[in-house]
Design a protein around this ligand. Structure first.
Ligand SMILES: Nc1ncnc2c1ncn2[C@@H]1O[C@H](COP(=O)(O)OP(=O)(O)OP(=O)(O)O)[C@@H](O)[C@H]1O
Length: 254
């Protein structure tokens, strides 16, 4: 059974103007599925629907075979731990008034008592915070800083540490490297790849950047105007049978 499955998902914000049209795909455990498309094609809307921040007009979203899309906020709560996200702008996901230690431990304070961890060792909050910093290759000295005292790349590493702290099954990565310079982007992609292996994570990786998508994903879906127009294994990116739109995106590589 796939970890995540979307069947005929449709979403509009205004009547008669669909933003997502008949989205169908599945994602297996420990897999990274990449979704690439230009600005405005509906990528973030798709992420928000999967994270249950938007209601669907039609279709279904199944998590380990169980429907997510028709649950109440209370029913959805146990799933929120399994379903984490890293967004484009790390600054907006960290409270500027709180030290990093506090922001990092927020999910654990919310859910910690109910969570049994496999990869991280239970202990004091301080011990867990240090393990998380080590996992994202940051010095524990940064725990006592405020977000404005960190670089963009360091802040994004903290957002990733927060997202993995409860050992979720799925992390939705919505343009996680788009606000960073090229070298930092590469180091974050490398870290994400390593964490997927080390912590048995699965990713849905959404980006306009085909190179980044190719670096991290096993399967790639190409989205255009709310529809998936092409889907293939990463190694088939340059194959002849690619959709003309995929070929257009590939031509932007040069
Ligand atoms: N809350 C909203 N209310 C009304 N329309 C919205 C809302 N959010 C997004 N849209 C519209 O839905 C369409 C898809 O937007 P979305 O943000 O999902 O695309 P995207 O591919 O993620 O773009 P980007 O990469 O620029 O963020 C756009 O036309 C956008 O204007």
């Amino acid at each position: 059974m796939p970890l995540l499955q979307l069947n005929d998902v449709q979403k509009s914000y205004q009547p008669g103007i669909p933003v997502l049209k008949d989205i169908n795909f599945s994602l297996d455990r420990q897999e990274c599925v990449g979704i690439v498309g230009e600005s405005g094609c509906g990528k973030s809307t798709l992420a928000r629907c999967i994270l249950q921040l938007e209601r669907l007009d039609q279709g279904e979203i199944l998590f380990e075979g169980a429907p997510l899309h028709n649950k109440t906020e209370r029913e959805i709560r146990p799933y929120r731990r399994q379903l984490q996200t890293v967004m484009q702008n790390p600054a907006s996901s960290l409270n500027p008034k709180l030290k990093i230690r506090h922001s990092l431990m927020e999910p654990f304070r919310q859910y910690g008592a109910q969570v049994s961890l496999t990869h991280f060792q239970h202990g004091s909050e301080e011990q867990l915070a240090r393990q998380l910093m080590e996992a994202v290759e940051l010095s524990p000295d940064l725990l006592s800083r405020y977000p404005h005292e960190l670089s963009g790349g360091q802040k994004q590493r903290i957002s990733i540490a927060r997202a993995i702290s409860l050992e979720p099954a799925l992390v939705v990565l919505d343009e996680p490297t788009s606000s960073l310079d090229v070298l930092t982007q590469m180091s974050i992609l490398k870290l994400l790849d390593h964490l997927r292996d080390a912590l048995d994570l699965s990713y849905l990786f959404i980006s306009h950047d085909l190179l980044a998508i190719q670096a991290l994903s096993q399967k790639i879906l190409v989205m255009k105007e709310g529809q998936i127009v092409d889907r293939f294994e990463k190694d088939d990116l340059f194959a002849d049978e690619r959709h003309p739109y995929t070929k257009q995106l590939v031509s932007l590589f040069d």
